[in-house]
Design a protein around this ligand. Sequence first.
Ligand SMILES: O=P(O)(O)O[C@H]1O[C@H](CO)[C@@H](O)[C@H]1O
Ligand SMILES: O=c1cc[nH]c(=O)[nH]1
Length: 235
Amino acid sequence: MTTHIGANKGDIAETVLLPGDPYRAKYVAENYLTEVTLYNEVRGALGYTGTYKGKKVSVQATGMGIPSISIYVNELIQGFNAKKLIRIGTAGSISRDLGVNELLLAEGAGTTAALREQYFANKVTFIPPASFNLLHQAYESAKKEGIKAKVGSVLSEDRFYDDSDEIHELVASYGITAVEMETAVLYTLAAKYHVEALGIMTISNSLVTGEELSAKERERNLDQMIKLALATAAE
Ligand SMILES: O=P(O)(O)O[C@H]1O[C@H](CO)[C@@H](O)[C@H]1O
Ligand SMILES: O=c1cc[nH]c(=O)[nH]1
């Protein structure tokens, strides 16, 4: 049992899917896993373990933003021995080449948050990349399952509202295609503790065109991402 996860040792699989939304965790457990147990309800951050194609997999809600996901990822790794962490999130596109509904495998992440100060003593600017192994597996699984997924980089921000068009344009000019709020710290913690991590994102809205998925569409369209994450987990 850790401070924010009310599970016992052995309750959580080595491979954990990480949605921000607790209802997404429930949806994955109820629609894709068998032999499911609910191991966490602390603060409503639902966590389930089940079986997918013979493999034990967990799905743990992380809440929104870098501080929240940091808590769950720290506890999953240090308290429960998690080894493969796959974020299944939503993101906003800042590129005309990435439309709503598309899937993005985040090979890299930048951030406007304070990770440089916090993790690198304010001396180095470095966000570790995705696990090559998981990225490669996800890319191959996408081909095998006929799921279209692009590979690119995201910007993990501390702000959902009042974020800066200027910064989006700047990072877009360096090839970052979407913004979200967690992947940079997921990759940083994975590197620190020598485990594997990958962010898979569904584009829920475009900050370029203003197009966005409705809440219902968002739910339905996340299925491709969930299938791809589980196919990657089952490898
Ligand atoms: O859909 P999730 O996984 O929560 O991810 C995105 O959605 C939230 C904002 O609406 C932030 O957490 C952002 O990163
Ligand atoms: O952080 C996020 C997530 C989805 N869409 C956005 O615009 N921002």
